[in-house]
Ligand binder design. Structure first.
Ligand code: ZN
Length: 69
């Protein structure tokens, strides 16, 4: 069982979580990070930058070049 708590930046969530196993009882905090871009956003936000692996960047540039003839 988890409960999202904060979003300190556009690419990071802090999630407070408790183990679903009642016999365990662990509770703590997770960081969920937007780590990689594989498909560019069609509605990009200038304040958000999520790294794109070099191979994907090349592929995307090739696709754009093909579209532009
Ligand atoms: Zn547990």
């Amino acid at each position: 069982m988890t409960r999202t708590s904060r979003r300190p930046s556009p690419v990071l969530y802090e999630v407070y979580a408790q183990c679903a196993n009642e016999a365990c009882g662990w509770g703590g905090k997770l960081y969920i990070e937007f780590a990689k871009t594989f498909q560019l956003s069609r509605a990009p936000d200038a304040g958000v930058s999520i790294p794109m692996p070099l191979a994907v960047r090349r592929q995307t540039l090739d696709q754009l070049a093909a579209l532009n003839g």
